[in-house]
Write a protein of this length. Structure first.
Length: 188
């Protein structure tokens, strides 16, 4: 009887040791990959509107939820996206492509927030309208649209989209990059 109990005890200990060494979700597996979602857009700085040729600046903060479902610490290496504002209903114009190279760590099994800030300049935006590749955008009065964007940003009266988002992570102790694509829209 003692031998049977001893053998069962040894089997249980071995199984417990094997289960304890299991790596769990890897960030390179689909279920363990980090997920990036746009939580909100905040106004970081706003200068009162002044008509052209004077410049007006607007700084926007984009707050993202970054979920790390794996069992490993992840380090954010690069973060970029394309910012678009709604020029006419359901037609968006690309305005900026912010790119950050911050070093930020995300612990395993958590959802953390990450903020990316970009500054828009009214005079630079006017040049974007002059070089728009779509005729329906080019036909608009760029100065008026930009004025509407800057004066109505507090109400978020138009759509803001993020496209071509890419966050590149690395796993602690490994050099393999983990690319994560994302998009977002605000207000939802």
């Amino acid at each position: 009887m003692r031998r049977i109990l001893l053998a069962a005890f040894i089997v249980v200990i071995e199984m417990w040791g094997i289960m304890g060494c299991k790596p769990g979700l890897l960030p390179t597996q689909e279920a363990g990959k980090p997920k990036v979602t746009l939580d909100r857009v905040e106004i970081q700085h706003y200068s009162p509107w002044t008509d052209f040729p004077c410049r007006t600046t607007l700084a926007l903060g984009f707050v993202f939820n970054i979920q790390n479902p794996s069992r490993y610490d992840l380090k954010l290496e690069q973060f970029k996206f394309t910012l678009l504002f709604e020029a006419i209903p359901k037609e968006y114009l690309a305005l900026a492509a912010p790119e950050n190279f911050d070093t930020v760590y995300f612990p395993p099994g958590t959802v953390s927030q990450y903020r990316a800030v970009t500054v828009l300049d009214s005079t630079a935006l006017l040049r974007i309208f002059e070089h728009a590749d779509r005729s329906n955008i080019r036909s608009l009065n760029g100065a008026e649209v930009i004025k509407q964007w800057f004066t109505k940003i507090g109400d978020f009266a138009y759509g803001i989209k993020l496209e071509n988002g890419l966050a590149i992570f690395t796993r602690e102790g490994k050099e393999d990059e983990i690319p994560v694509a994302f998009e977002g829209k605000f207000p939802n």
